[in-house]
Design a protein around this ligand. Sequence first.
Ligand code: ADP
Ligand code: MG
Length: 679
Amino acid sequence: MVNKMITELPGIGEKRAELFKKRGIRTLSDLLYFFPRSHEDRTRFCEIASCREGEDVCIKAEVDRPVEEFRVRHNMTVSTMMIRDDTDILQIVWYNNRFVKNIYHTGEEYVFFGKITRDKYGKRQMANPIIERAGHERFTGKIVPLYHLTGNLTQRIVQSAMENALRAAGRLDEYLPDDLRAEYELAEINFAIKNIHFPDDFNSYSISRRRFVFEELLILQLALLAKRDDNARMRGVVFEDTVCINEFVSTLPFPLTGAQRRTLTEIAGDLSGGKMMNRLVQGDVGSGKTAVAAAAIYAAVKNGYQAVMMAPTEILARQHKETLDEFFRDAGINVVLLTGGMNAAEKRRAYDYIALGTADVIVGTHAVIQEDVTYYDLALVVADEQHRFGVEQRAALAAKGSDPHMLIMSATPIPRTLALILYGDLDISIIDELPPGRKTVKTYAVGESMRQRINAFIAKNVDAGSQVYVVCPLVEETESGDLKDAQGLAEHLQKIFPHFRVGLIHGKMRPKLKDAVMTSFLAGDIQILVSTTVIEVGVNVPNANLMIIENAERFGLSQLHQLRGRVGRGREQAFCVMFAHGKNEVTLKRMKTMCESNDGFYISEQDLKLRGPGDFFGTRQHGLPEMRVANLFEDTEILKQAQAAAREIIASDPSLSDKKYALLKKRVERVLPDDVVMN
Ligand code: ADP
Ligand code: MG
């Protein structure tokens, strides 16, 4: 029944079906799983005489005087109607609503739901109420769901469709096994689906919601674990020689930290063990992930293969090229750059080197996995600062005949429970130690009143030979309003500091120009660099010791931490000054967290705690999957339980072959990409 199309429901024709389709809803099942964003309590009835201003109430009353329309301005009409119960009369009003005339009959009884307000004479009224004929109530007198709408869909249309769908669907099959539901106290599917939409009371709602949160997280976790199982079975190129890694490490100008060494041992185990590496390395800003990646790349080349290092931006790719050239200076390893910003001739030459195998290491942006590139014998891909090296990218590489080992580097540390949901299909190494002698960046949150003093501080630092970043708020680099900000600020600063050279860099600039600006900054020709968040990841200019962040309240904490990681890379004490506006409590707490801590894991945890529910921006920034009901920041208790349940299930029945998992297994398989089968 649930597989019926929604067009079979009364009131849903082709046009409306199109609107629902925009939300991914085609079948009754899709519709029933379109959960409300909130509910409205319409259970309170009140007599007219006793209802008070500001209250949302239902009033049962008859029409006393029919609708009259008044034109109050050329573009505004007001319609009014008087209603009466045994206690008093009340005025109903509508603004610019031509449809209410002649539909309510004098002397007939209706239920009116709405907010009690006062008109300009102080008389009580109810504006734009929901009205239903008494005895025919559907959406008054109960708790009513409210949905995220698109196009011309109204709450009423969706509510009505939902009510009809619940009826038309009949009894749903339960796909969570009884023993699991008993153990984790999960509501039964039919109760839950009814009560998540039209709850009898708020307790029934929260019981029902909990079930779906659990279910959603369980299915995702099972899918990830299955995929990880699948990954573990994939055979990878065997690197016979991993001793060469020690050889490389001994050429480094510094001893590795314990955490770096531990991570390298794990990587070496993957590369020599015969299975395909699928490893995520999480490490705070400045923990030395590049050296670890370089060691793995070195091993690939010494074993006779090619390796790729992929970066999210041109700037970072170029910088990695330089770093690797430096690391491999005496090793006779040929590092080739390939970015989208290179001209056709440059690219062609790079393609040739790559195809012929003259290029040992290829560093670049997404260009490195594009169609025109053919590898000679690629065996390792390092994806730096990518939240997710996706299934598609891997498929793109596989299509070129390469099935390389994968090493993913991330500097956005996230709490362990979330890492399991986000990266449940990967093995994880954590670099939880910074190289010795690092000073923490001294961080201050200030208001506009400090502007003069901060400008003086900038001057003092530049005079002392140091360099300064000034970061402007993001939104997206593509948003024109922001570019003007950065531009305007650069011009302004150049006026204030005529003796210094102020540079500007942002995402909209041509790669060549960006590169030129970055090179002058690195060389010290530019002293003050005004930037958008293009410098967020990876950029390494050790002589920059001061960062000013404008509108710091507009950045996520993890992002501020990333930005701040651009300074404090040399020997000098580094400073970060955040101009923050707004006095709301969360902003203050966020700024305080930044000033108090330099620990990326702690900051990311606070970040998640301080975010409100439904913060999609935050979800995106952490690369978390979008959830239907679960809120990964708030439902942490349920998350832990679902993870425990998933582990138990996989431990006892890795392929979900028991009959009791039959329906669940189908759901899990739907989450997985096509190439993964559970057998
Ligand atoms: P991230 O983890 O943020 O990518 P990087 O790899 O850019 O950090 O390293 C930051 C700086 O620390 C670089 O200049 C690098 O050469 C240096 N570094 C890395 N490992 C060590 C170490 N074990 N001891 C001292 N310095 C190190
Ligand atoms: Mg890095």
